[in-house]
Design a protein around this ligand. Structure first.
Ligand code: DOR
Ligand code: ZN
Ligand code: ZN
Length: 354
């Protein structure tokens, strides 16, 4: 059976361009997005150097406009000292990303002062997204509440985290959140098969009890996000493996697995991969845009066959059901029969400069 769905929106990817294009660039990353059924991706600022000022924003806007084959948003990076600058570029960005815990790259906010100044200064109508784990989620929720602004918590992965967010929502706090396919489908036990270096990811995979808690609270999860974080196999198997999994090309089949298991409905999937991210991140409508998915098509996940430059997947060898057969963007077929047809630069910024 072929399903026609809206083009999916992923609010959380790392396309590494500029700065680390051996891992991914705007072309390879957005080809992976189309192959996975996404017509909008929002890119994170932990580049080399981090996207925290006018110059780094302009460089990313240029790279994306030249190479992207799907539409995109650019998240600005919250630095220790750039609250005014970040606010001044809010209209050109899909969000402000704050790193409250250590992950890949140097972009990390340590001081309470910088957390406060960003929450105070950044325009309320553009989302602030937080990489926050454990207690820093409580800090982000509290400061956002004090300064009366919404906050989006990225990749929630633990039982106590999702339960705290549920309680915050029940109290009326303006918080939204996302979960990743890997935190919904894998546990620490899978590291044995995946391999220790490849398994590194932030937040780290968790326990069966955490996965069960995420699944039990999916009703309060606003978005699914891949956190597509490509690193090469060589890097992942090195002595100091960087954290992160590529995810764009496996996400939809994994979400469909949750539908088949009866954990979510197809409508729930569409709410989390399209309607909610569209509302939260104010994605403009993409006219005449849809994806066609053969929900019965079986395939085997093989990193080597993927568009991502990472060329590996934590789901290597897994039998997947559900394959994107065609993507239409603004009336043009941009992906069909496993081939990207769109030319580099077809993708548009969801926050055009003019
Ligand atoms: O595993 C991760 N990788 N988590 C993050 O927060 C960052 C990402 C990356 O950029 O590689
Ligand atoms: Zn993160
Ligand atoms: Zn991320």
């Amino acid at each position: 059976m072929i399903l026609k769905l809206p083009g999916l929106i992923d609010p959380h990817v790392h396309l590494r361009d500029p700065g680390a294009t051996h891992k991914e660039d705007w072309h390879s990353g957005t080809c992976a997005a189309l192959a996975g059924g996404f017509t909008v991706v929002m890119d994170m600022p932990n580049n080399t150097p981090p996207l925290t000022d006018a110059q780094t924003l302009a460089a990313k806007q240029r790279a994306a406009s030249e190479r992207a084959v799907c539409d995109y948003g650019i998240h600005f990076g919250a630095g220790a000292d750039n609250a005014q600058i970040a606010a001044s570029f809010a209209a050109q960005c899909s969000g402000l990303k704050m790193y409250l815990d250590q992950t890949f790259g140097p972009l990390k906010l340590d001081g309470l002062d910088s957390l406060i100044s960003h929450m105070q200064t950044f325009p309320r109508e553009v989302p602030i997204l937080c990489h926050a784990e454990g207690r820093t989620i409580a800090a982000a929720l509290f400061v956002a509440q004090i300064y009366d602004r919404p906050v989006h918590i990225c990749h929630v992965s633990r039982k106590e985290e999702i339960e705290l967010i549920r309680a915050a929502k029940e109290k009326g706090l303006r918080v939204t959140c996302e979960v990743t396919p890997h935190h919904l489908l894998l546990t620490l036990d899978d590291c044995e098969t995946i391999g220790a270096g490849k398994c590194e990811v932030r937040p780290m995979l968790a326990t069966r009890a955490d996965v069960d808690a995420l699944r039990a609270n999916l009703d309060i999860v606003d978005c699914f996000a891949t956190d597509h974080a490509p690193h090469t196999l060589f890097e992942k198997e090195s002595a100091n493996p960087p954290p992160g999994y590529p995810g764009l090309e496996t996400a939809l089949a994994l979400y469909l697995e949750l539908v088949r298991e009866g954990i979510i409905t197809l409508d729930d999937l569409i709410a989390r991969c399209y309607e909610n991210p569209r509302k939260i991140f104010k994605v403009p409508p993409q006219a005449e845009t849809w994806i066609e998915v053969d929900v019965d098509a079986e395939w085997t996940a093989r990193g080597a066959n993927m568009y991502t430059r990472a060329k590996w997947t934590p789901f290597e060898g897994r039998t997947m059901r559900g394959q994107v057969t065609r993507v239409v963007l603004r009336g043009e077929t941009v992906f069909e029969n496993d081939c990207v047809i769109a030319k580099s630069g077809t993708g548009r910024d969801i926050r055009p400069l003019n």
